[in-house]
Design a protein around this ligand. Structure first.
Ligand code: HEC
Length: 163
């Protein structure tokens, strides 16, 4: 705490103390988030759908990068909207598949997936608005969401994220 008291203004003290507290919390919290690969719990059909979806999302993300660096807002909007609308999983899943998926994955996986699709919608909106800075920020957040989910739920497929 001595570091905190040395800061000059009240605001700095608060910020510095918060940083210390946050620093001491992230360790144990991060450890509590156990990795938990979901794929082994899925039926072969669902595994297949998920992988096909993932490859489509990756292709779309690559194309978004090309459109971003070309300033092609309309293309970014279209591709990001496709990701949001989840081209494959939703279209090809029967109600029974959906039930099986929900039963096989933790709630947090569903929440991360939903958050990811919302980020894609945010990117699509930024592109429709022609806001270049926001598009870059939203794209970065979307890619972070890929890695975050893989680090927690796909370390069997991406073992380097487990380190
Ligand atoms: C909510 C969780 C989640 C999000 C978000 C997510 N993924 Fe995945 N991804 C997975 C899981 C789980 C697997 C492992 C599937 C398997 O091995 O059966 C996977 C596998 C993959 C694969 C390998 C597919 C294959 O054929 O083996 C690619 C490529 C991929 N993801 C790309 C992405 C990209 C790019 C993004 C973001 C734009 C993303 N993923 C976002 C959960 C997620």
């Amino acid at each position: 705490m001595t570091k905190c008291t040395r800061k000059r203004t009240f605001r700095h003290i608060i910020l510095a103390c918060l940083a210390v507290v946050a620093g001491s919390l992230t360790g144990p919290l991060a450890e509590a988030q156990e990795t938990q690969p979901v794929s082994p719990n899925l039926t072969p059909k669902l595994q297949d759908l998920l992988r096909t979806e993932m490859r489509a999302v990756e292709d779309a993300s690559r194309e978004i990068l090309s459109a971003l660096i070309a300033g092609n807002d309309a293309r970014v909007a279209e591709l990001a909207q496709n990701i949001h609308d989840s081209f494959i999983l939703k279209q090809e899943m029967t109600p029974q598949d959906k039930q099986a998926l929900m039963a096989a994955v933790p709630d947090d996986f569903v929440a991360q997936d939903r958050a990811f699709h919302n980020l894609a919608a945010g990117l699509a909106k930024a592109a429709r608005d022609g806001d270049s800075d926001l598009q870059l920020a939203e794209f970065g957040r979307m890619i972070e969401a890929c890695t975050a989910c893989h680090a927690r739920y796909a370390t069997d497929r991406f073992p380097m994220l487990a380190e």
